[in-house]
Design a protein around this ligand. Structure first.
Ligand SMILES: NC(=O)c1ccc[n+]([C@@H]2O[C@H](COP(=O)([O-])OP(=O)(O)OC[C@H]3O[C@@H](n4cnc5c(N)ncnc54)[C@H](OP(=O)(O)O)[C@@H]3O)[C@@H](O)[C@H]2O)c1
Length: 291
């Protein structure tokens, strides 16, 4: 049995969908029985569990052969990854854990807390003695959907400086995960999941401008300005600080490398940012109803 955590989120929901397209039965963690997505068929067994509740994880992981481990980016994420790994150990069946981490998590500490949380999770996984595979995706194209309102006013504002980033489509990340979950031969491997290009935020703004049909100017606020505006927009401070650190990591060019691993795992090229922007053009051009 493959157990998928983070199953209702951006990547996890696509992992569940991809496994079901292949006819693979899935046990999917949900925090709340009422939040089971309507699209899940009888091949998805939903179990209610919480990363903060080890007993619930023991029940969810009973009999697991493979565990897809994806935790949300939040202040307890190190503890959450540890709790799932420890429950996998306690299950006694030595399941393989496929850890969804972040680009850079297979190195040493980076100073970017989201990445460093996964560095700690990977270390814990190696120490657990369980078989493992690690996926290290770069930033997702989907993050830009949350900036659509600003793009509509002609501004892309993130503190990414002049660094290039090999952003990736979260759906390609999920497709790569599905391949790793269902195929043999991935034990002990780290796959870096990126898009096909490494683009500065100036270049990304140009792509968005072509998509929306009006100029989009990239501005890189200072870390202090960015933190103030994220907190003002309602981000929890831990997450806001984490985002500013991450963009500093991007600005330093540390997330620029392009990897062939998406195509290697899925058999097709990774989607480009231009293709993504074109697909979601309406989101970037049209305010949602009531906005
Ligand atoms: N965004 C990026 O650019 C990027 C890039 C590289 C790596 N990553 C990594 O990707 C991960 C986030 O992936 P995502 O965007 O797919 O996440 P997401 O959409 O935020 O989904 C998070 C999932 O975790 C579940 N969850 C949250 N807290 C939980 C808890 N206490 N117990 C059980 N389940 C819980 C959520 O369930 P509910 O539906 O109940 O909330 C949801 O299914 C993070 O580890 C991040 O570091 C992100």
């Amino acid at each position: 049995m493959i157990v998928v955590t983070g199953a209702t989120g951006t990547v996890g929901s696509a992992v569940v969908g991809g496994l079901r397209e292949r006819g693979v039965p899935v046990r999917a963690l949900v925090r709340d029985a009422a939040s089971v997505p309507a699209g899940w068929d009888a091949g998805v067994e939903a179990v209610v569990a919480d990363f903060a509740d080890p007993a619930s994880l023991d029940a969810a992981l009973a009999g697991a052969e493979t565990v897809y481990l994806l935790v949300a980016a939040q202040s307890a994420m190190v503890e959450h990854e540890r709790n799932v790994i420890d429950a996998a150990v306690r299950s006694g069946g030595r399941p393989r854990v496929v850890l969804h981490a972040a680009a850079g998590a297979d190195g040493g500490p980076t100073g970017a807390r989201f990445v460093d949380a996964h560095v700690a999770g990977f270390a814990h996984l190696r120490a657990s003695g369980l078989p493992w595979t690690v996926l290290t995706p770069n930033g997702f194209f989907q993050n830009f959907l949350g900036m659509a309102a600003s793009v509509r006013t002609g501004v892309l504002a993130v503190p990414g400086g002049r660094g290039a980033v090999s952003y990736v489509d979260a759906r390609d990340v999920a497709a790569a995960a599905v391949a790793v979950l269902v195929e043999d031969g991935h034990q002990g491997a780290v796959y870096t999941l990126t898009g096909p290009d490494s683009l500065t935020h100036d270049a990304l703004a140009e792509v968005l401008a072509e998509t929306v049909g009006h100029p989009v100017r990239y501005v890189s606020p200072s870390p202090e300005q960015a933190l103030e505006s994220l907190v003002g927009a309602g981000y929890p401070r831990w997450n806001a600080e984490g985002l500013v650190e991450l963009y500093g990591y991007y600005a330093a060019g540390r997330a620029a490398d392009v990897s062939p691993d998406v195509e290697k795992l899925t058999g097709r090229p990774a989607r480009s940012f231009a293709a993504f922007a074109a697909e979601f053009a309406t989101t970037f051009t049209t305010p949602p109803p009531g906005a």
